[in-house]
Design a protein around this ligand. Structure first.
Ligand code: PA5
Length: 460
């Protein structure tokens, strides 16, 4: 279960102020729950866990809610996993960007063993990601890797026309076609049900496809096939993830001042609007959670950063970043607050030993778990940052596993809807991301962009 603690902000805000923002957050909660606010045609994610895991109880078949993904989707993902296992596939290239990438990457990083790619005892294929950059070196190295391995590919694009994944897919597709007779069976496309270049190509080539639901935006799509297929292929228990999300869906449906999504939305908006805290830093204390920060930054950055408003989402992964960004957070411009992901229990156990010489002077830690040192680093940092003027929000989970990650996904998605409505913006659009694309197309010489290209050339 995810809980939110606002105690690390109490020395910065008055109780009455917080209460006022909780009331605002409850109004925003009503807007999200009532499904009549801006962007309400993109709320399919809200009912995903219940409509997939317990359709009858969720009212599916009685008109509401309509499941955003078809019954049997998880089984279909598992069938791909088994099929590719039978072919001996040991490398899956997942191609996508933004919302078609970050959720899967976050789950694969969080729930795979550290150093998974380097281990000899593999129980699942290595899953690597592409199409999230335009680096020539990256794709060249990727193609070298594909040549050494038994390769298959999942290409994900809701629009089916995004340049970065399209370029990577053209190259990986060509490689697979040249090297495998059963090429079409080694490519899965996840895209729109009816339209787009990728849909057309998949139909023409006979690829198996999964659908990105119309009513789920990219950054809210981790619990659709966009996230579920790569997660299943990586050997992760997607069912447990959905169960964690389902528990969270139920917990957050209560209109209450103690609803953690309401508390989180209220406090972050208070800190932003009343104290000028314009940057929120997500702080994690486990290298596996680095991509939780990346996923969360997209979710909140694209959902709230518009109309000249929004908290800038940043992230650090401690304790590594205490030795880089720690200085700024402690003493730099006082525009920051932190949201710490507090994990109560490690899933592995390593105890620090005693050393006869004690040259490193660490014998005072002999018999302690490494996790104890981490917990003390976390507590010491919290107190130091409060002293330095950085309010501390805490989001606590029991451990890093599929169940709790599912809970975190749903928690941050729901809280994002509440928070953005409180801020007064539409959480579900992203008009700003088109600006760079138009310039890039013009500069690359894409037909139809000649006029813009001429205008840009006068500026360069
Ligand atoms: O959240 C979003 O909508 C975006 O980040 C998209 O996911 C991203 O631009 C990729 O789009 P597409 O899936 O259409 O290739």
């Amino acid at each position: 279960m995810v809980t939110v603690h606002v105690g690390g902000c109490s020395s910065f805000v008055k109780d009455a102020q917080y209460k006022q923002y909780v009331d605002k957050a409850l109004e925003a909660f009503d807007e999200l729950k009532g499904e009549e606010g801006a962007g309400n045609d993109f709320l399919g994610w809200k009912h995903l866990p219940s409509s997939v895991l317990c359709p009858a109880a969720a009212g599916v078949g009685r008109g509401f809610p309509v499941p955003a993904i078809p019954e049997g989707t998880l089984e279909a993902c598992e069938a791909v996993r088994d099929d590719w296992k039978a072919k001996g596939v040991d490398l899956v290239v997942v191609i996508g960007i933004g919302g078609s990438y970050l959720g899967a990457r976050c789950a694969v990083e969080a729930l795979s063993r550290n150093f998974a790619g380097l281990r000899k005892d593999k129980s699942a294929p290595d899953v690597v990601f592409a199409g999230n950059n335009l680096s020539e070196e990256y794709v060249a190295d990727l193609l070298d890797l594909c040549a050494e391995r038994n390769t298959a590919c999942v290409v994900i694009s809701k629009s089916g026309t995004t340049t970065e994944p399209a370029v990577a897919f053209r190259l990986v597709k060509e490689f697979i076609e040249k090297n495998y007779k059963d090429a079409a069976e080694r490519i899965i496309a996840i895209t729109d049900a009816k339209k787009g270049a990728l849909k057309t190509l998949a139909t023409q080539e006979g690829y198996k496809t999964f659908v990105v639901p119309d009513n789920v935006g990219g950054r809210f799509s981790v619990l659709t096939p966009v996230g579920l297929l790569p997660i299943v292929l990586a050997g992760i228990d997607a069912r447990a993830m959905l169960e964690g999300a389902l528990e969270m869906e139920k917990a957050l449906s209560e209109r209450s001042e103690s609803n953690p999504a309401v508390q989180y939305a209220a406090m972050r908006n208070l800190l932003y609007a009343e104290l000028g805290k314009k940057v929120e830093v997500m702080v994690t204390y486990n290298p596996k959670l680095q991509y939780l920060g990346e996923w969360w930054k997209q979710l909140y950055g694209e959902s709230e950063g518009k109309d000249g408003k929004g908290i800038f989402p940043a992230s650090v992964n401690n304790t590594a970043d205490l030795h880089s960004m720690g200085q700024f957070i402690q003493e730099g411009e006082r525009i920051l607050f932190e949201t710490v992901i507090n994990v109560k229990n490690a899933t592995r156990s390593v105890v620090i030993g005693s050393d006869a010489q004690n040259l490193d002077q660490l014998n005072y830690l002999a018999g302690q778990h490494v996790e104890h040192c981490d917990a003390m680093a976390q507590l010491g940092t919290k107190l130091a940052h409060i002293d330095g003027g950085v309010p501390q929000l805490e989001v606590t989970v029991d451990k890093v596993d599929a169940f709790n990650l599912g809970g975190l996904f749903y928690f941050f998605e729901f809280a994002c809807g509440v928070s953005a409505y409180l801020l007064g913006v539409n959480p579900f659009n992203q008009p700003g991301v088109e600006a760079y694309k138009k310039n890039m197309f013009a500069l690359l010489g894409k037909p139809g962009y000649e006029e813009l290209a001429a205008r840009l050339k006068t500026r360069i």
